[in-house]
Design a protein around this ligand. Structure first.
Ligand SMILES: [Zn+2]
Length: 421
């Protein structure tokens, strides 16, 4: 990577982000969004055009390079690539190559399918996970040497609690082997040397936080009517329920990354009362505890009451299996929808959120749940819950953390602010 080009991107990182999100925006509005004068913007745009970072129509040149996003989930890891304009980079040519390198390990399934990402089952030990990531990186190294890829940065999103400031995984109930792992623990020394020599930094973020970055950026193309929302929550279902937040147009993760642990908040008594007969019929085991050490948190009740009759282990269920399960178990769907309605009301009441995005493994089921979510938000007399708080389903779902991690690596490498104002 050309150092002068990198410096120019860093100097204009916020401006480039405005051009990505608002193609065709007039110069005065661009200046306003960047808090600078119009002449300053003219000069900056000229500089970016001269370096071919943007085209003559001020659109962002996708071919400047790529960002790699890796998400580590409780059951599946996914890898995605974005072009410089944050549109997905097609990886057809990589998939075959990667399949070859994975053949002996037989960890990659369905590499021939049409999806534009690579995925493998999350290994059961850290050394195995590290080995798989480094097998991928060995191939990436060759693609870079062959100029098939010009990698600019890598983002890794992980399950658990991530302290972004210190780039460390604080706590991880789903994958205990991740606890206390630092970002630099993920790569072998030779790979770290290669990345350093090629000016490819890597950054760590939490899955649900990465998902809100991706959801927010995607709103500009998928749902422009919601793109101005400045107070957004994403509700992300993995093994439990997590939330990502954008508050006042800025990413919010709390003091050290614990914000959004909604699954470990207590289940409201009114929900337990309303579904008493159903819960009794299912037989909620009050002797077992959640990993957070409580008996009645939302995650615990969701897993035991909604999914305890699923033939497959809930942890291993994918989005389609969850949908099929809820379709054939309408009482469970009603309970889950109502529970999500309570969460929506809670977020609206605490943070005055005006958009809730349902994502992760929920994204294929929301049409079965909307009725119950809305019934619950309608029951609230706090008018903003129903009036101003819109609900919306992600079209990226379980891919959103990997996409968000790739985007995050841009923000971090070029010191662009995670601010959508
Ligand atoms: Zn819990």
């Amino acid at each position: 990577m050309n150092i002068a080009l990198d410096e120019a991107i860093t100097q204009h990182a916020n401006l480039i982000q405005v051009l990505r999100l608002h193609p065709g925006l007039d110069k005065n509005s661009i200046a306003e969004k960047n808090n600078v004068s119009a002449p300053t913007v003219y000069k900056a745009l000229e500089d970016l055009r001269k370096r071919e970072i943007i085209y003559n129509d001020d659109s962002v040149n996708p071919n400047i390079g790529q960002f790699m996003g890796i998400s580590i989930g409780a059951t599946v890891c996914k890898i995605v690539f974005l072009n410089f304009d944050f549109k997905e980079f097609p990886i057809n040519c990589f998939k075959k190559e990667l399949q070859k390198s994975f053949n002996n390990k037989s960890i990659v399934e369905d590499l021939n399918d049409i999806c534009n990402y690579i995925y493998f089952k999350t290994p059961t030990s850290f050394s195995e996970l590290k080995e798989y990531l480094n097998v991928v990186l060995e191939k990436i190294k060759i693609f870079i040497e062959e100029s098939k890829l010009n990698l600019l940065a890598i983002g890794i999103s992980s399950t658990g609690i991530v302290d972004e400031k210190n780039q460390i995984i604080y706590q991880s109930h789903n994958l205990p082997y991740l606890e206390k792992r630092n970002i630099s623990d993920f790569f072998y020394i030779d790979k770290k040397d290669f990345l350093r020599n090629n000016n490819i930094p890597f950054f760590l973020i939490q899955n649900s936080t990465a998902s809100i970055i991706s959801e927010k950026n995607n709103l500009y193309t998928s749902n422009p009517e919601y793109s101005n929302s400045k107070n957004i929550a994403s509700i992300y279902l993995e093994y439990g329920l997590g939330a990502g937040f954008i508050v006042d147009g800025k990413l919010f993760t709390g003091e050290n990354g614990y914000a959004g642990e909604i699954g470990h908040t207590p289940t409201p008594a009114s929900l337990l009362y309303k579904f008493k007969d159903f819960i009794d019929k299912i037989g909620f085991d009050t002797n077992s505890k959640c990993v957070c050490n409580s008996i009645g948190c939302l995650d615990h009740i969701m897993r035991s009451v909604v999914f305890n009759k699923s033939k497959i282990n809930f942890k291993d269920m994918n989005s389609n299996e969850i949908r099929n399960f809820l379709e054939s178990n309408p009482e469970q769907a009603q309970f889950l929808g109502t529970l999500l309605g309570y969460i929506t009301n809670m977020l609206a009441a605490i943070l005055n959120i005006n958009l809730v995005v349902f994502t992760g493994k929920l994204y294929k089921s929301t049409d079965l749940l909307y009725k119950y979510i809305e019934q619950t938000t309608d029951e609230s007399n706090l008018k903003f819950n129903r009036g101003d708080c819109k609900i919306y389903t992600s079209d990226k779902g379980t891919l959103s953390p990997a996409l968000g991690a790739a985007m995050y690596s841009y923000y971090k490498k070029y010191s662009s602010s995670l601010d959508w104002n």
